[in-house]
Design a binder for this molecule. Structure first.
Ligand code: 5RP
Length: 237
C-alpha cells in the first residue's frame, strides 16, 4: 500500500516524464521524488514509448539507479546542453525560488539545472512555503578544512549553522564531491534569495548553496483532495 505522500510524488514524477520527447538529453535529479521520475522514465524507455534518451545524473544515488535501470548516461562534462532537467526540491516559494540540498546533492543539481533549456521541479504539496528557510535549513557545501571559517562568516550575516552529521557513520556527512555540508538558519527566513545566494557563494571555502534562484521554469505540485490525486502547476512568468 503506497502512502499518500508517495502517491503525490508518483503523480508529479509521471507528469514530468510526459514532457520528455524522443532524442532528448535529460537531467536526472536526486532525492525520493526524482528517483520515482527516473523509474518512470526507465519504464518508458523499456516499453519503447521513449527513444534515444540520454540521462545526465546529479548524484551517486541517481547514477546507480539510472544504470541499474539501463538508462543510457553521459557525463555532465560531455554534454553542451540539457533539453530538460527534472528534480525535486525541499522548499518552493510563490515566485518559484527553491531551497534544495536535502540530500546534499545541490552542487551537481545546480550545475545541471543551470544549463538546462527547461527545468521542471517535482514536489508534493508539503514543500510549498510562503517564505524560504522558516522551516527548512539552507544547505551550504563547504571544503572540509573551511567549515569553521565559513560558519563564522555565516554568523556575521546572521546565519546560524550546524554541521550536518551522518547516520550510521561517526562524524559529518561527506558529499559526492568529498566535502561537508552546513545547514543554515536565518532568523525570520530569507528576505532576498538572489542576494543571499550570491553573498554565500562569495565566502571563501563555499562550493555552492542550496538556493536555486530564477532557475525553475515549472513546478509540478502533487496534492490529494477528497482522496483524489491532483497536480497543480506553477509556471515562470
Ligand atoms: C537533494 C535534493 C532533493 O531534490 C530534495 O531534497 C527533495 O528530495 P525529496 O524528493 O526526497 O523530498 O535537493 O539534494
Amino acid at each position: 500500500m503506497v502512502d499518500l505522500q508517495t502517491q503525490m510524488k508518483i503523480a508529479v514524477a509521471d507528469a514530468a516524464v510526459e514532457q520528455i520527447e524522443d532524442g532528448m538529453v535529460v537531467g536526472l535529479g536526486s532525492g525520493s521524488t526524482a528517483a520515482l521520475m527516473i523509474k518512470s522514465l526507465a519504464a518508458k524507455i523499456k516499453d519503447g514509448s521513449l527513444k534515444d534518451i540520454v540521462g545526465v545524473t546529479t548524484s551517486f544515488q541517481g547514477e546507480v539507479l539510472a544504470s541499474e535501470l539501463q538508462i543510457p548516461l553521459r557525463a555532465f562534462s560531455a554534454v553542451n546542453t540539457i533539453d530538460i532537467a527534472i528534480d525535486g526540491a525541499d522548499e518552493v516559494d510563490p515566485s518559484l525560488q527553491l531551497i534544495k540540498g536535502g540530500g546534499a546533492c545541490h552542487v551537481q543539481e545546480k550545475l545541471v539545472a543551470s544549463i538546462a533549456e527547461r527545468f521542471v521541479v517535482v514536489v508534493d504539496s508539503t514543500k510549498l512555503v510562503e517564505k524560504l528557510n522558516l522551516n527548512f535549513k539552507l544547505p551550504v557545501e563547504v571544503l572540509p578544512n573551511a567549515w569553521k571559517s565559513v560558519l563564522k562568516k555565516l554568523e556575521d550575516i546572521h546565519g546560524v549553522s550546524e554541521l550536518r552529521m551522518a547516520q550510521k557513520k561517526a562524524g559529518p556527512i561527506v558529499t559526492d564531491q568529498g566535502n561537508l555540508v552546513l545547514d543554515v538558519c536565518f532568523k525570520n527566513g530569507i528576505q532576498n534569495p538572489e542576494d543571499l545566494e550570491n553573498t554565500i557563494n562569495n565566502i571563501p571555502g563555499v562550493l555552492e548553496n542550496g538556493l536555486f534562484v530564477n532557475l525553475a521554469d515549472e513546478v509540478l505540485i502533487g496534492e490529494i483532495k477528497d482522496g483524489i490525486t491532483k497536480i497543480n502547476r506553477l509556471k515562470k512568468n
